[in-house]
Ligand binder design. Sequence first.
Ligand SMILES: NC(=O)c1ccc[n+]([C@@H]2O[C@H](COP(=O)([O-])OP(=O)(O)OC[C@H]3O[C@@H](n4cnc5c(N)ncnc54)[C@H](OP(=O)(O)O)[C@@H]3O)[C@@H](O)[C@H]2O)c1
Length: 338
Amino acid sequence: MRYVDVHGVKLSAIGLGTWQFGSKEWNYGSSYEEKESAAIVHKALDLGVNVIDTAEAYGWGRSERAVGRAIVSRRDEAFIATKVFPVMPVEPVIKDRARRSASRLGVQSIDLYQIHWPNPVIPLNLTMRAMASLQRSDLVKNIGVSNFSLALWQQAERFLSGKVLSNQVRYNLLDRRIENNVLPWAEETGHVVIAYSPLAQGVLSGRYSRGNIPTGLRAYTAAFQPENLDKAIPVIDALKRIALEHGATPTQVALAWLISKPNVVVIPGASSISQLQANVESAQLDLTDEDISELNDVSSIYKLSSGLTDQLTRAARAGQLLASRTLKRYIRPVKSAW
Ligand SMILES: NC(=O)c1ccc[n+]([C@@H]2O[C@H](COP(=O)([O-])OP(=O)(O)OC[C@H]3O[C@@H](n4cnc5c(N)ncnc54)[C@H](OP(=O)(O)O)[C@@H]3O)[C@@H](O)[C@H]2O)c1
């Protein structure tokens, strides 16, 4: 295993994402939640993975509980990262949420406590005050954010008056937006980018195509819409070609491309032990400069068309607009009548 070492914190470059544990969105069933998830965590620890990522929102606590059951007696081998769902991220609420997460995980202290999303209403300084207090109390070792822009990440750090170690963001060959400023800043300043959906939720495995998509939430996401699966073909073909040269799989090449960058930790989810094992092995894969520039070139052409979720949002916005225009039309004559 390769490790990213920042300010004395040692993180495996390949971690394990556990949204899949007990979450209806993934449809993996009860035997996966009760048995396979623990076996996946154990195998990950055996292979030198320490970063295990979960969140209170995953299966509404079921993922944290599954992780907790799995790390009993192996607590010291794991770096447990969880997230607060920031509905009302102010001090008493955050402290309560953190205590509940720690209890579900069965740990005295959470290694990395992350704010899952920015809250558009509650001022960030209130949230960071709560995070600082948790850190002082030792319930939380390190603070992180997720889905934060660079400006917000920097602001969070100013409010904390300390290091906001990481920003967990979507990063994969089909979504490279964070390369604009988040990633360069992390590299320059010794922060960590935790790449979620590093396999674009399985699209980059090359297993899915128009007419063959997984069940569950993924069927409704933009990346799995037929036109976007078609657009991903050149990227997947490049992954396959490079994989063949290295005796690897497309998935392994996609992960190796990500961790070829300093300060990037990936947290792929896995639906089986063999997937987890294959993902971990990608840490041994050294891509050549030519491989990397081929992947850079082919992926820079990919542009996601908005999927069903975006279409619904757009339809809702269009509906709002129509309603407000209609209202104005009716209000104007009333006003002029006054
Ligand atoms: N902070 C956030 O807002 C946020 C958002 C999303 C995710 N996350 C975190 O990031 C983690 C990973 O992201 P993700 O689960 O969205 O997507 P991902 O890791 O890109 O995709 C995971 C899926 O890819 C497939 N896969 C994994 N390894 C494979 C292999 N070796 N060969 C073939 N297929 C393989 C599996 O699905 P199938 O076998 O069913 O195809 C697996 O469930 C999550 O578990 C969660 O911890 C965080």
